[in-house]
Design a protein around this ligand. Sequence first.
Ligand code: ADP
Ligand code: MG
Length: 320
Amino acid sequence: MGEFDLIRRFFQRPVRHAVLGVGDDCALLAPAPGMQLAISSDMLVEGRHFFPDVDPRLLGHKALAVNLSDLAACGARPLGFTLALSLPRADAAWTEAFASGLLALADAHGCELIGGDTTRGPLNICITVFGEVPPGQALLRSGAQAGDDIWVSGSLGDARLALEALLGQTALPPGVLAAARQRLEAPTPRVALGLALRGIASSALDVSDGLLGDLGHILEQSHVGACVDTRCTTPLLEAGHQTPLPPELLQQCTLAGGDDYELCFTAPASQREAVEAAGRNCATRVTRIGRIEAEPGLRLIGPDSAALSPQWASFDHFAA
Ligand code: ADP
Ligand code: MG
């Protein structure tokens, strides 16, 4: 099977919204008049972002999910995406499974595959997503204000816990591992929540590198500080709580784990009910974990209201 057969067979489908899809030198997108385009790329590299033997269907899902998560963080509605794919060989069974996971998530979000590039090489997947957002309504990292609440969606830390277990560094009972592994291998991009938070959230990003590090980007770009109550964040790690594990491990997975693809966002305290309603309408849990403060820096409250030391906050259990 040659390059063009592979593209035709697995990646070329009739377009529904785009003006022109796979097959010409460029795709053509027609965003609604007056809308801004939101654009983001994410690359997944074998050995760095996924295990070589990962289920290709899950890999297809995750490659698009992490990109949709960026659109979600901006409050943008997905339109389409391109797929730049480097494959070691033209393996029909592998490519079919990969495409089915990818396109199922794409269909679920009305996000069309409109083009890409295919080459032989080490397994590497680079997706660029295109979304649209009304002018001035994109959720940015720079909008947090002193006094705003800090919120996170869904659960945090399960993906990291699964990774620790798969690397043989933590033992998990089979049921717990399966639940945590689902979060690692098939994350859910919070697209509907991102859209619902337009006009409510003052800033947002998606948590891909760990909550505290990513919250740090909001603090830096908004020129503010924050206080996070870790008693609110600990229960967010769902799978791990069903099994006796060292509390420090659970806390580190939650605060610094990564690969969560949840939204961390801020909103004025006056919007608390609106945030709760947005979460309910999207069937997504939202948890208030702290408050933005004028004083720069990140302060953590630990058990018994004790302040956790900044050393602990910057301690990175997972650094290579
Ligand atoms: P060009 O020669 O202009 O680089 P290619 O021969 O690489 O074009 O690709 C032919 C067509 O197939 C183009 O429309 C391109 O967007 C599309 N395409 C290539 N690889 C992929 C892929 N992995 N997924 C979707 N579309 C692809
Ligand atoms: Mg090309």
